[in-house]
Write a protein that binds this ligand. Structure first.
Ligand code: IZC
Ligand code: ZN
Length: 434
C-alpha cells in the first residue's frame, strides 16, 4: 500500500451487492452496507474499502495523490443501464396525442409509424449527427449516476444503415467516458421496403451478421419477437445464426403478447430476455433453467399506460431468477434516460425492495451485458465506477422521487461529476463533441 491515486472518505453509507457475481432470487436482497466508510483507488481499480478508520489504518505511510470527501453521502457502484436504443435520429412526440388517445403501440407501428418513423429519421441522419445526439444522452445518463450502458442498433434496417449506427456507438464508447456495449438489432422491425416479406427480411438480417461480427461492432444480437413483428421461428433463426458467429443472443420477449419468447430465450441460451410482461409460467421456468437474466423495463409499461407489469416478485420469490433493471431508453415506448425514474417505478409497480433494486441496477445489470467480473459491485480489483447520491440510505432513492439525487460520479477512478457539476472535460477518454 505505498501509493493510492484517490481516497474517497466521508461516505455516510456505502451500499453494494454483497457478492461480486450474479445474484439470484433471495440473494438479491443481500446488500453489504458500511457506515462511515472510505474507498481507496489505484490504477482505476478499487484497492481497499471498508470502515474509514480501518482503511486509514491500512494506508498508514502510503502516499495519496488526491482525497475527496463524500460529505456523509450514499455511495453505490456506478449504475448500469443494460438495455437502451441509444443511437437514433429524431423523436416521436408527434405520436403522443395518438398514443394518449388509446391507439396501441403495435398499431402505430403497423401503420408505418413508431419504430419505422425513427428508421426514417435515423437514415436521414449522418453518422456524426447520430453520434452527437447520443453523446448528449450519455451525458444525461452520466448525470443520473450511470457509468455503463448497452446500446442497440435497429433503426437502420439495411446493412449500411445498421453499420452506421453501430459505428456511431463504437465511437461513443471510445470517446465518451461512459462505457457503451453494443448489440446488433437488425431484427427490430420489418422495413417498409420489405412489407409483407418478413422471411426475405430475415434472410437479409442473417446476411448482415457476418460483417457485424467480423468488424467487431457488436457483442450481442437481439430480436423484437412480438406479434406482427418477428415470430418465434424467425427469431430463433436469427439468434442461432448470430450465436454461431459469436454474438450472444438477447431477446425482446413476451412484452405485449405471450408468444413464447421467454421459452426461446431458454432454448437458445440467451444471456438475457427483456420485458416479459406477458411471459407464461413455463417461460419463466425456462429462463431459470437456461440461466437467462430477465431484464425488466418498468418505464416502458408506465409510459405505454399499461396496467400490467412484469411479475418481478414471482420471478424473484418463486423462480429464483436474477432480475436486472433498465430504462429501455428509446424515442417511442420509453423516451427517458433516467435510471432513477426506473428505480422509483421498480419500487412502485414491480414491488421490488430498495436492496433488490440496487442489485438489479448494478451486479445483475453488469451480468446482463457480460461485464459481471469487471463492474457492478464494490470489490477489491473491480473497476472504480462509483455513484454518490445526496441520500442518507438506499431506500431514500425510490422514496424521494422525480428529482436527480446524483452528487458525484467516479469512473475508472476519475471523478467525472462532482458537486452536481460535469467536470469530465479534462478527464474524458479523449475528444469531446464540440
Ligand atoms: O423505437 O419503439 N419496443 N422497440 C421495441 C422499441 C420499443 C423502440 C421504439
Ligand atoms: Zn428495447
Amino acid at each position: 500500500m505505498e501509493q493510492m491515486d484517490l481516497l474517497l472518505t466521508g461516505i455516510g453509507c456505502l451500499a453494494t451487492p454483497a457478492g461480486d457475481v450474479l445474484r439470484s432470487g433471495k440473494e438479491m436482497q443481500e446488500i453489504q452496507e458500511i457506515k462511515d466508510a472510505a474507498i481507496a483507488i489505484q490504477g482505476g481499480r478499487i484497492a481497499l474499502f471498508g470502515a474509514e478508520a480501518d482503511v486509514r489504518n491500512k494506508l498508514k505511510g502510503a502516499a495519496i495523490t488526491e482525497t475527496l470527501d463524500a460529505g456523509g453521502r450514499l455511495v453505490t457502484p456506478g449504475l448500469i443501464d443494460p438495455h437502451t436504443h441509444l443511437v437514433h435520429g429524431g423523436s416521436r412526440e408527434h405520436e403522443l396525442a395518438l398514443k394518449r388517445s388509446g391507439v396501441p403501440y403495435l398499431t402505430i407501428l403497423a401503420q408505418g409509424g413508431g419504430i419505422l418513423s425513427t428508421v426514417q429519421a435515423t437514415r436521414a441522419s449522418s453518422e456524426q449527427a447520430l453520434y452527437e445526439k447520443a453523446y448528449r444522452s450519455l451525458d444525461t445518463m452520466l448525470m443520473q449516476g450511470v457509468t455503463t450502458v448497452e446500446a442497440k442498433s435497429g433503426y437502420g434496417l439495411s446493412l449500411e444503415e445498421e453499420l452506421k449506427q453501430l459505428r456511431a456507438a463504437k465511437r461513443l464508447n471510445e470517446t465518451h467516458p461512459v462505457d457503451v456495449v453494443s448489440t446488433f438489432m437488425g431484427a427490430h422491425a420489418v422495413p417498409s421496403e420489405y412489407k409483407g416479406r418478413t422471411d426475405a427480411y430475415v434472410d437479409l438480417v442473417c446476411a448482415m451478421l457476418p460483417e457485424v461480427a467480423q468488424e467487431g461492432l457488436a457483442e450481442f444480437c437481439d430480436v423484437f419477437c412480438e406479434q406482427g413483428v418477428f415470430t418465434v421461428a424467425q427469431s430463433r433463426r436469427i439468434l442461432l445464426e448470430g450465436r454461431r458467429l459469436g454474438l450472444m443472443p438477447k431477446i425482446h420477449a413476451d412484452e405485449i403478447e405471450p408468444l413464447g419468447g421467454a421459452e426461446l430465450a431458454g432454448e437458445v441460451g440467451a444471456i438475457s430476455a427483456e420485458h416479459l410482461l406477458a411471459a407464461s409460467d413455463e417461460g419463466l421456468r425456462q429462463l431459470a433453467k437456461g440461466g437467462v437474466i430477465p431484464v425488466l423495463l418498468p418505464g416502458t409499461s408506465f409510459n405505454l399506460g399499461m396496467n400490467k407489469h412484469a411479475r418481478a416478485r414471482e420471478m424473484i420469490d418463486t423462480y429464483n431468477l436474477p432480475v436486472a433493471l433498465s430504462t429501455d431508453y428509446n424515442p417511442g415506448s420509453c423516451p427517458t434516460e433516467s435510471m432513477q425514474l426506473i428505480i422509483m417505478l421498480a419500487s412502485l409497480n414491480l414491488k421490488m425492495t430498495p436492496e433488490e433494486i440496487l442489485t438489479a441496477c448494478t451486479i445483475n445489470a453488469a451480468n446482463a451485458i457480460g461485464r459481471g467480473r469487471q463492474i457492478g459491485s464494490i470489490e477489491i480489483g473491480k473497476r472504480a465506477d462509483l455513484s454518490l447520491f445526496d441520500a442518507p440510505n438506499l431506500a431514500y432513492l425510490p422514496y424521494h422521487f422525480g428529482i436527480n439525487h446524483t452528487f458525484g460520479v467516479i469512473k475508472n477512478g476519475q471523478p467525472l461529476v462532482w458537486d452536481r457539476q460535469m467536470i469530465y472535460a479534462q478527464a474524458g477518454k479523449g475528444e469531446s463533441v464540440s
